[in-house]
Every structure is written in structure tokens, then in C-alpha cells.
Design a protein around this ligand. Structure first.
Ligand code: FES
Length: 66
């Protein structure tokens, strides 16, 4: 029997960058299909990522400011 406790979910807004999600969560796409993640994900907040919903670092190239 596991003694691990459920982990809270933490979402951090990174300065001029993505939303960093970590903990116990499930991610779904716009069609309701689950997107596999392993307890952490950087979600694009700038809208220009080429691998949405994930951040691919493009925010830095376009000088995203939030
Ligand atoms: S926030 Fe990083 S590519 Fe959009």
C-alpha cells in the first residue's frame, strides 16, 4: 500500500512566459481528449507556441510581455 499523499496542484504564472502547472492534475484538449502529462506542464500563455497547449519557448522570440 502506498503511503504517498495526494499532491496539491500548483500553478505559477511565469514572468513574460507560460503558466507552469505542477502536482496532481489532468489536462484535456479542446475535444475532451486527455493529453498525457507527468505531473508538470508549461502551458502557453502568449498564443504563439507551435506545440500548444504547451510552451515551446517561442514567447522569448516574440518578446511576449504580460
Ligand atoms: S508562453 Fe511560451 S510559447 Fe507561449
Amino acid at each position: 500500500m502506498s503511503t504517498e499523499q495526494p499532491q496539491d496542484t500548483k500553478i505559477t504564472v511565469l514572468k513574460n512566459g507560460p503558466l507552469y502547472v505542477e502536482g496532481n492534475f489532468v489536462l484535456f484538449d479542446a475535444d475532451g481528449q486527455e493529453i498525457p502529462v507527468s505531473g508538470k506542464a508549461a502551458l502557453c500563455r502568449c498564443g504563439v507556441s507551435n506545440k500548444k497547449p504547451f510552451c515551446d519557448g517561442t514567447h522569448a522570440k516574440v518578446d511576449f510581455k504580460a
